[in-house]
Design a protein around this ligand. Sequence first.
Ligand SMILES: [Zn+2]
Length: 108
Amino acid sequence: MGLDERAQAQFEIFNAMYFGGAMPDVDIRLVKDLRSDGGKRCRLYGATSKVGDQFFIELDSNMPDSQHKLTLMHEMVHVKLWPKSHRSREWKREVQRLAEAGFLLEVF
Ligand SMILES: [Zn+2]
C-alpha cells in the first residue's frame, strides 16, 4: 500500500472511530512541498485547505512514520472546525474530546 492509500485508509478509520463517520469527503495528497497559501499550514507535517466545498489535506511525503497518525488527525480537526484556528475555544474542546476518546493511545 502506498503512503497516500495508507493515509486514505487511516482517514476512514479515524472518521469512523472518532467522528461518527461525519467527515466530509477530503482529498488527501502526499506532497513534497506543503501548500502555504489559502489554508492552514501547521507546525506538524500537514496543511488543510478548502476550495469551494472541497477540502484538501496535504501531508508531507517526507515526514517520519511516527508522525503520520498525529498529523492526519490534526488536519482532520481542521476540517471539522474549519475555519477555526488552533487558538480557538472550539479547538481546545475538540482536542480534549479526542483525548478522552482515547486518541492519545494511537500515538503514544
Ligand atoms: Zn494546524
